[in-house]
Design a protein around this ligand. Structure first.
Ligand SMILES: [Zn+2]
Length: 1014
């Protein structure tokens, strides 16, 4: 509804400053390439002649020049390979492939001969950069002709360029020729090719490519000999064969006002050629297998080009080619490479993005190596606009880009937009800054200077920098010219800092002004470091809305707003708080800050008066940016000795797991109104309960603690089940940097625990789970190292009982668990090991039990506690047991060996994904063998010969309810379902049958239960 409160543009806003204003940099270098290359397709090599005329339009005398030799990046020793070796999240297109390139698969460019104005020059090559010492300086305003013979090997497709792409395109030829580096007012930009991206002078390309005649070619520029090459280019477009027969064909391309030249070739290409109403010709090249989706380009391309041209300036070239080629989507002047196997949505989206690059990259030649946010961010912004238009969605939304920025900041991998592209700490950090960050900057500029002026700014940037190379300060200058406000602060913060945006409304105070209106003071607070003006909307009692804009004093003005908006008192950025007083025709009932979602505000819980809440019945909470999400549901339960319970549970969460909460209350009426009397008086001695035992509850709060890093979180929980109370304070965090991208996870946790049992009538000693009525206080520390399913966990607990009846024992113990898995053909092998050592006088609830979880661990498992309570003597004889998942299982059927120390292991071979039916998918079958012992005494007693080392072997099955996709909605709501892993064990062999009161080692035995986590 708020979205429809349209912003009416005031058309009286003028562009301040001269419309023809140029930037300080009036000059730029120019090139003219004439190339004649032959593709030796049998060897995947190129032999080429290059004649390059270089025009020095700078005021400087040049004594050296630099060339890029991009193909040299594609070998295992290159800087690109080295860089990817160390990235925490390497590009899967590069790694491991680049390390595995053989001698005939690597790429290289070798300059065999180079002259300047006919005189040989010397040069040095390091990696992808060639430094040329000139034979004679190039004076300002002068030009030089460089003539070169080069030889190159086309690499196996690794990144953007190469032969034999994954979807079967023979040649994707980008960065394929020795290319003059850019020289601008900041000097040379001879960046080594690490991966991203390009910056080069504009000029003319006159290129002749000779290759076997069967190849269909598409590329930058216009084919000059269409009837000679045929393949759909000729006057008779339908004729696919070349007009001249012979072994090879020479393709002649010509392009003006471009800063690169790329081409693709494959003999199987379908060549779809068409022309739109503006006279732009399109060439779409794809393999027949993808025709169904790719033929849509006939509709998409003209529609996208028309929209972008109308909004941001006409497409300035005569043709545009989309070639199925490359390794993703990559823009080149007049041509783009896109991989073939895509859904219609993916192909349309990628095409729109790459086409948008013809404006921001092609027409506006920004420095992609230093300012990736310009080409990627602007292309993302305008292609999102174009896609919304072409697919008929109406107004485009850039909220996803803003949210990506919020997420990256939340998880600590956001880096400032102006970070040089190759120097980001992570690939993900680059992606967020360049794509989402750049798009967000454009969107936020609309918030600051108004959406119509933001559009005008984009148009003006294209107009002023047509075939030029703007720097960030040039874009800032255009924005200031277009808007008439000062914007240094905006670009400085957004480009050079990783600061959070977080504005909030503190208070809304209204009183009648005596003449029928209301004097309202809105108190605002800036919680984050980023300084921005503020838009807010007030909802009035009479149903109307009143918009208010609060500019910054440093803007020296404000954006144009519709007539009925109020401009509030400007906010000096040095104050984190600011109050704005306005007069309103009716009492305001609510205020919303940034209601159109135009800033990456990390917390929108404070963007309204009152906390925005999104509550859903019988649903798990879904993290949501706009409101706190709450899911609530009723609960029902049955337990022996307690009867039936009714209750309710609510869980809540905010975006990226902020403020996770849980509240549960459950009432056992028969206990509550029976004054605590047990329904099972026979299972004493702990039957003298109270009415309070008839109420169970759980409350918990968990939230990130950002001052200790992005992965630090603290939690508090208090819960009581069947009279057993647990209070816990916990802190945990991950160790090491760049954690989001590391397969290896290291985690530490600290806890303080208080446990108190008043009425364990369910788990009395006779019921197998002796939770004595004891107070225990303990502190724990845990350390986990995990890589996927493999992990090692160490934990230590220190503490003791504080029983009213005196000391009943300590909780001091140490536990080490290790799990290692490995694929075994269609199966999975798992080895598990547990070592537990404890102090003297261990309280019974922590005692180790061979094959069974400790009483405490069993209690902590929601599924076991809940289901076990429903059965009369559930765990008797292992017919429903809390299975430990390590060591032998069989001894659960007899008198379970119990002790302070445990050493146990198990080997298991399990099926994986035996069934595809979603109801059977959680089912796996295993064969296993376990061995272990528990003992008292000293740790070294493990080596004593008389200890009851026991083993078993058998088969079994598990059904992991948490993996049951059809119930995912219910599992996400339920602690019971999400911890419910049903297990059956059939230990057909036991090493100690006498422990089970049996004679034979072999026999049919069975037990079932719930397997607790190791
Ligand atoms: Zn892009």
């Amino acid at each position: 509804m708020l979205r429809t409160t349209s912003i009416v543009v005031l058309t009286c806003i003028l562009i301040s400053g001269p419309a023809s204003a140029q930037t300080a940099i009036e000059w730029q270098q120019r090139v003219r390439y004439e190339m004649d290359v032959t593709l030796l397709a049998d060897r995947h090599q190129l032999q080429g002649e290059q004649r390059l005329t270089y025009y020095n339009n700078s005021p400087d005398t040049l004594r050296e020049v630099f060339y890029h030799l991009y193909f040299n990046a594609f070998n295992p020793q290159s800087m690109m390979a080295e860089r990817n070796r160390h990235l925490p999240d390497p590009d899967p297109r590069v790694v491991p492939r680049i390390f595995e390139l053989g001698p005939d698969e690597i790429g290289y460019q070798r300059v065999e001969h180079l002259t300047q104005n006919g005189r040989p020059v010397s040069f040095d090559v390091y990696d992808t950069v060639m430094q040329v010492t000139l034979a004679e300086p190039i004076l300002p305003g002068d030009s030089s002709v460089f003539e070169m013979r080069f030889h190159a090997q086309v690499p196996l497709m690794t990144r953007r360029t190469g032969r034999d792409s994954n979807d079967g395109i023979d040649y994707s030829m980008a960065q394929w020729y020795p290319k003059m580096a850019q020289y601008d007012h900041t000097g040379w930009h001879a960046d080594p090719y690490i991966g991203r991206e390009f910056y080069a002078p504009y000029g003319t390309f006159d290129v002749r490519i000779t290759l076997p005649a069967e190849y269909v070619v598409g590329g930058t520029g216009v084919v000059q000999n269409p009837d000679e090459v045929g393949h759909g280019y000729g006057t008779h477009a339908s004729s696919s064969a070349p007009a001249t027969s012979g072994d090879s064909l020479t393709w002649h391309f010509y392009a003006e006002n471009v800063h690169d030249f790329a081409w693709a070739a494959d003999p199987e290409y379908i060549h779809d050629r068409f022309t739109d109403q503006q006279g732009i010709t399109y060439h779409v090249l794809y393999l027949p297998a993808y025709a169904e989706v790719w033929k849509n380009q006939r509709t998409w391309l003209p529609a996208l080009t028309e929209f972008l041209g109308a909004r941001y300036g006409r497409y300035p070239y005569p043709q545009f080619t989309v070639a199925q080629a490359g390794d993703g989507g990559m823009e080149y002047p007049m041509v783009t490479f896109i991989t073939g196997n895509r859904s219609p949505g993916s192909l349309l989206g990628t095409t729109a993005h790459e086409l948008a690059h013809e404006w921001f990259y092609g027409i506006v030649g920004s420095n992609e190596a230093d300012y990736a946010w310009i080409d990627e961010g602007f292309a993302n912004y305008i292609s999102t606009e174009a896609l919304a238009h072409v697919s008929g969605q109406g107004e485009a939304s850039h909220a996803n880009a803003l949210l990506s920025v919020v997420r990256a900041r939340r998880y600590g991998f956001f880096e400032p937009l102006n970070t040089p592209s190759d120097w980001f700490e992570t690939n993900s950090g680059y992606s967020v800054a360049a794509y989402a960050g750049g798009e967000s900057l454009v969107e936020m500029l609309g918030y600051v200077i108004s959406e119509p002026l933001r559009e005008q700014w984009l148009r003006e940037v294209v107009r002023r920098f047509l075939f030029r190379h703007p720097h960030p300060h040039d874009l800032e200058k255009v924005a200031e010219d277009v808007s008439g406000v000062q914007l240094d602060w905006f670009f400085s913060q957004l480009l050079n800092t990783p600061w959070d945006v977080d504005y909030g409304i503190r208070d809304l105070d209204s009183r009648p002004d005596g003449s029928g209106g209301w004097t309202t003071t809105i108190s605002l607070k800036r919680h984050g470091r980023t300084v921005l003006p503020v838009d807010l909307v007030l909802e009035l009692e009479d149903g109307r809305y009143q918009w208010v804009n609060v500019p910054l004093t440093i803007m020296a003005g404000h954006k144009p707003v519709p007539e009925n908006w109020i401009i509030g008192e400007p906010w000096p950025w040095t104050s984190s708080e600011h109050a704005v007083t306005v007069t309103l025709p009716a009492r305001p009932v609510k205020a919303y800050l940034d209601p159109l979602l135009m800033t990456p505000d990390v917390s929108r819980l404070n963007n309204e008066t009152g906390i925005p809440l999104n509550a859903a019945f019988l649903q798990p909470p879904v993290p949501n940016w706009l409101a706190y999400s709450l899911g609530y549901r009723p609960l029902g339960q049955y337990a022996q000795g307690y009867g039936f319970a009714l209750g309710a549970q609510a869980r809540g969460t905010y975006l990226f797991d902020y403020l996770q909460t849980k509240a549960m209350v459950k009432v056992w009426p028969q206990v509550l109104f029976g004054e605590g009397e047990s329904l099972r008086p026979e299972i004493g001695p702990f039957t003298d309960g109270s009415a309070g035992d008839g109420i169970d509850y759980e409350v918990s709060l968990r939230s990130p603690v950002e001052r200790f890093g992005p992965f630090a979180e603290a939690s508090f929980s208090s819960q009581k089940h069947f009279g057993y109370l647990q209070n816990e304070l916990a802190f945990q965090t991950r160790l090491g940097q760049r954690l989001l991208f590391s397969a290896l996870e290291r985690r530490i946790a600290f806890t303080i625990n208080h446990r108190y049992g008043t009425d364990p009538r369910i788990y009395s000693p006779t019921a197998f789970l002796p939770l004595y009525p004891e107070h225990t206080l303990s502190a724990g520390a845990g350390y986990l190292v995990a890589r996927g399913k493999n992990r090692v966990r160490l934990s230590v607990e220190l503490g003791s009982s504080l029983s009213d009846d005196g000391f009943t024992g300590t909780t001091t113990r140490m536990l080490a668990d290790a799990v290692q898995t490995a694929p075994l053909g269609p199966f999975r092998g798992t080895a598990k090991l547990r070592l537990g050592l404890s102090g003297r006088d261990l309280v019974p609830s922590r005692l180790n039990r061979l094959g069974l979880a400790t009483v405490l661990d069993a209690w902590q498992n929601d599924a076991f506690r809940t289901l076990g309570a429903a059965f009369d003597d559930a765990v008797e004889n292992g017919r429903f047991a809390p299975l430990a998942g390590v060591g032998p299982a069989a001894y659960v059927l007899g008198t379970v060996p119990t002790g302070r120390h445990i050493l146990a292991g198990r080997l298991e071979v399990s099926t994986t994904g035996l069934f595809s039916n979603p109801w059977l998918a959680p089912f796996d079958a295993q064969i296993y063998s376990g061995i272990g012992e528990v003992w008292d005494g000293t740790m070294t007693d493990v080596f004593r010969n008389d200890l009851p080392l026991a083993a078993d072997a058998g088969f079994g099955a598990t059904y992991d309810v948490a993996r049951l996709a059809p119930l995912s909605r219910w599992i996400a709501q339920s602690d019971v379902l999400s911890t419910l892993r049903l297990a059956a064990r059939f230990p057909v062999w036991v090493s100690k049958p006498d422990y089970l009161d049996e004679d034979d080692q072999f026999g049919f035995r069975w037990l079932i239960g719930i397997e607790t986590d190791l």
